[in-house]
Design a protein around this ligand. Sequence first.
Ligand code: GLU
Length: 303
Amino acid sequence: MYTQILHEIQQSMAPFANDGAVSNSIPELALIDPSKFGIHLVTTQGIDYGIGDSNERFSIQSISKVLALSHAFTFVGENIWNRVGVEPSGNPFNSLVQLEYEKGKPRNPFINAGALVVADILLSHLNNPKKDFLDFVRTLAHCNTINFNEKVALSEKTVGYRNAALANLLKSFGNINNDVTDVLDFYFYQCSIEMTCKELAHSFCFFANKGKTLTQNKQILTESQVKRLNALMQTCGFYDEAGEFSYKVGLPGKSGIGGGIVAIHPQKYCVATWAPRLNEKGNSVLGMKSLELLTTKTGMSIF
Ligand code: GLU
């Protein structure tokens, strides 16, 4: 069934192929070929379905925030919510205003302020933060060649004024324990991780699989923790467009400005899409349309 549906989806994308624009917020990322398009779906039985550029690596950017949160959750559990909230922000992902009003407690872990707090938690718990986090991601994806793209990380560092402002504001409220420069450095590297749609779908499959990795059945989070993080992705995973994504697609997921989207159908499958042209809210145009078609054509969503 999925093979046929993915082909139909690919064909339906032609009229929208030039809609949206590649993000120009990180110079190195603005160089991506805008015509790239791939989808990979893996079922919880481990059956793979891929189409288009699904085996080409791209910058996962904000999608990494979910993996960082999952890793931090394994160390501090529910205590994380003393430092970050679980409400949608209703503001752009890199907004400073709300953080000031709300005295340094970010609304959720998927806006940049929240992700910087999560990065700070990881720095406090990991001996070799970059290496250990990368190892965690490699374990999830069952792939040892996944890596940071240093060019992208350094390119973001040259223009990361707003993230630096957020980190400093957090620090002024006492919600960053480590050195601000170290937190930013870790965060830029975390965002620069590159994966293919297939690797992304595999690494997120534990969210569909009661907390267990696909290939090795390794318990990453408990069933209850996975349920909670799926709920967070549902309500906060798509910048200021989580309502729209819920309405049209009906699955929890997360997007990134590299043009990737990953979505989860608990107990059924995990799917990742990549198409670099973004809409004005920062979500991949073709990615959103593809996933809307996927849940429409399969007649299955979580609702
Ligand atoms: N590294 C990017 C930033 O902090 C991530 C943006 C995104 O994918 O939402 O601006």
